[in-house]
Write a protein that binds this ligand. Structure first.
Ligand SMILES: [Zn+2]
Length: 460
């Protein structure tokens, strides 16, 4: 079962990389507080423990190990709770909520990286895999500092983001937990086909997940799974980053082969799609999420609602980035793309939070909240989209709320985001899996990383 695999991944985090108020001890070793390790008590001014259920003021969140153990009314001491000693984190002036999630990021790069590295690349037009790997580590840390404790990286044409994910999971560097797709599955000359016409070798096609027809497309999915993918990304229309028009690019047999193969492997499928017909084809074939979905029809939205498919609206990326306006692909002539989000929300389609960070600067992910609220979502629903709903899309049931038994992914801000959603632009406190990563607006872990901690923890 998918959840089990992810649970292993989540439990496999090393505890050594982030300064922490409480030492971690293995879970399930016994019942007494002594054997479970010391507790941390978060005294919260206000807490939105379950986004969608409203805030509560003056609460204590009891954290032990990597989990929330209890959420109690009032500011309780260890003696009050009868749990021996505990570290108290005073967030009594703060608004506390679960760690945020972004279902659509590209950690390998962000705008102007090419200019930054041009001197080293001697005329290359793209970053090397090594440069992308370094970027992914830096940008992952920046994303965690912005309050995002779980993200999904959709589309990297090499092993760079797998490497960053694994380094974070082993506690070698600090970052959010990352679900990685690897290369986007695409047809020849499709949106994510990054191979050059004169390098069209079978190996390159496979590495880049380029496939035509049922058999190749099954193999493309299996190859990404073999490389360690947590999710499958497929591009089924053009987009801002290509000049391949916006029409559908895959036949039903290819879509079905990709989605059925992924589901057989217990992997979700995220489809980059603009054109309404492509969206309906993907939903009919059983896709889990439509990414962007800018041109979705009402019929397509009804299908999504009926089938339980999620929209990941990426409003932040609904206006073409400036450098593309010079190239002027057909997609640049799209306008009012946020309308898909507005209509989906009104119709009751499940909307998960996703930004396409990497087409803009990492760490600015929370700006999407302002756009969601501007185009009709309530602040609490926007937060719910980035917690409860995105966890549901990921198929992970122990993140997204602050309830007993959940992973202790906790963030805090100094203003009330239900009053003014832009409060989430400035994150004061971040805890991931029970470990404090950021306090008083400052990341606690410098850029000094611990020695390699070995392979003792499971990788997924
Ligand atoms: Zn994207």
């Amino acid at each position: 079962m998918r959840t089990t695999a992810l649970l292993c991944l989540l439990l496999g985090f090393s505890t050594q990389s982030i300064a922490q108020p409480a030492a971690i001890s293995p879970r399930g070793m016994g019942d007494s507080s002594e054997t479970k390790g010391p507790a941390t008590l978060i005294h919260a001014g206000t807490v939105l423990a379950v986004p969608g259920n409203g805030p509560q003021s003056t609460m204590t969140i009891v954290v032990r190990g990597d989990r929330v153990e209890a959420v109690e009314s009032g500011h309780q001491s260890a003696a009050d709770l009868g749990i021996g000693s505990a570290t108290v984190l005073d967030l009594s002036e703060h608004f506390v909520l679960p760690g945020l999630m972004d279902a659509h990021v590209h950690l390998r790069s962000q705008p102007f990286d090419r200019q930054v590295t041009r001197g080293f690349n001697r005329g290359r037009t793209s970053l090397t895999p090594a440069q992308k790997g370094v970027n992914a580590i830096i940008y992952a840390r920046r994303t965690l500092a912005a309050g995002f404790t779980t993200v999904r990286d959709l589309g990297s044409d090499d092993q760079s983001v797998f490497a960053a994910r694994d380094a974070i999971n082993r506690g070698r560097v600090v970052g959010p937990r990352i679900l990685v797709s690897g290369a986007s599955v695409a047809v020849t000359a499709g949106h994510a086909d990054t191979t050059n016409v004169d390098q069209n070798s079978p190996t390159l096609r496979m590495q880049n997940a380029v496939c035509d027809g049922e058999a190749e497309c099954r193999r493309a999915v299996r190859y990404q799974a073999k490389m360690g993918a947590d999710v499958i990304k497929v591009t089924i229309t053009g987009g801002f980053a290509s000049n391949t028009k916006l029409l559908p690019q895959m036949f039903a047999d290819e879509l079905t082969a990709i989605i059925d193969t992924a589901h057989q492997l217990d992997l979700k499928v995220a489809a980059h799609a603009y054109h309404p017909d492509a969206i309906r084809d993907a939903v009919a074939a059983g896709v889990d999420s439509i990414e962007h979905g800018f041109l979705v029809s009402d019929d397509g939205l009804r299908m999504m609602k009926r089938e339980g498919a999620f929209l990941v609206p990426t409003i932040s990326a609904s206006y073409p980035p400036p450098f593309l306006r010079q190239i002027d692909p057909p997609s640049v002539r799209l306008r009012n793309e946020y309308a898909a989000f507005e209509r989906a929300y009104k119709m009751g389609v499940k909307v998960a939070f996703g930004t396409d960070a990497g087409t803009f600067a990492h760490g600015d992910n929370a700006k999407e909240f302002g756009l969601m609220v501007r185009y009709g979502m309530t602040p609490e629903d926007a937060i719910r989209a980035a917690t409860v709903v995105t966890a549901d899309l990921f198929g992970i049931d122990d993140i997204g709320t602050l309830e007993p038994g959940q992973l202790a992914d906790v963030i805090a801000v100094t203003a009330d985001p239900l009053d003014d959603i832009t409060a989430l632009h400035s994150i004061d406190f971040v805890m991931k899996s029970g470990q404090v990563a950021k306090r008083d607006g400052v990341m606690l872990d410098g850029m000094t990383y611990p020695d390699f901690v070995g392979f003792s923890t499971p990788e997924r």
